[in-house]
Design a protein around this ligand. Structure first.
Ligand code: PEP
Length: 256
């Protein structure tokens, strides 16, 4: 199966409603070659509905940064998959390292959320990645194995068109430090083999994104790395020029 590369921007807790709407409106005008790359915006909850409206009729995707696994209830501050779906959201980032480390989300919670997102018909962008300490102790592959096994536990199969995995080494997120090509290739290869061990051969077509200080200077080298099907981008997705430049580099250099 041919994989279409993906560039997803995780805005974290940045941009007000008007800033977000004007940002996507401008990008919409600038990105002409939409056939070759799937671009997904993941703004904070406040802007989701208006951004879906602004992008109506285009092939741009819109994703949330989190969701609760229950469909409704007394969960102050949370949002359900059904609520996201009713706004026209198509993707949900699950298990981002900031959710795991700052908000204490465990693999068990991540697993419940993955099930809720899939059951609700949305596409999870399932984040995994080792900490600096894990890497220094040579435990990277073990950690990825655990996160994938637990995160996808209870699923009989995975449809490559209905799930995205993002390998994001925690030490590379927001630090300006990027993993080397060899480190990225090794991790992506390992993710693929864990998926094939858990599911059937088809799972080797699940898109695997890299995330961690991707910018306009390192995007070409990273997208040319074996096993990289696109990016999940934080900081550089907040600026029009850098985000458009990365999309253009992926469009030109992704070999599949
Ligand atoms: C992220 O938030 O998922 C991320 C990769 O951030 P940054 O690109 O800023 O490292």
């Amino acid at each position: 199966m041919n994989i279409k590369p993906i560039v997803a921007g995780n805005w974290k807790m940045y941009k007000t409603l008007s800033e977000g709407v004007s940002f996507v409106g401008n990008i919409r005008k600038r990105i002409l070659d939409k056939e070759k790359v799937k671009v997904i915006f993941c703004p904070p909850f406040n802007s989701l509905f208006s951004i879906v409206e602004t992008l109506d009729g285009t092939s741009f995707g819109v994703g949330a940064q989190n969701a609760h696994h229950e469909s409704q209830g007394a969960f102050t501050g949370e949002i359900s998959v059904e609520m996201l779906k009713s706004m026209g959201v198509q993707y949900v980032i699950i298990g981002h390292s900031e959710r795991r480390h700052i908000f204490g989300e465990s693999d068990t919670w991540v697993n419940r959320k993955i099930h809720a997102v899939l059951d609700g018909g949305l596409i999870p962008i399932f984040c995994i990645g080792e900490s600096l300490e894990d890497r220094q102790k040579n435990q990277t592959m073990e950690i990825l194995h655990r996160q994938i096994k637990m995160g996808l536990d209870g699923l009989d199969f995975i449809d490559p068109e209905k799930i995205i995995i993002a390998y994001e080494p925690v030490w590379a997120i927001g630090t300006g430090e990027t993993a080397t090509r060899d480190q990225v290739a090794e991790a992506h290869e390992s993710v693929k083999s864990i998926l094939c061990e858990m599911f059937d051969e088809q799972s080797s077509s699940v898109p695997i994104l890299y995330g961690g200080s991707v910018n306009e200077k390192n995007a070409t080298e990273l997208i040319e790395t074996e096993g990289v099907d696109g990016f999940l981008i934080g900081g550089a997705s907040l600026k029009e020029d850098s985000f458009c430049s990365i999309i253009a580099q992926v469009t030109t250099n992704y070999k599949g």
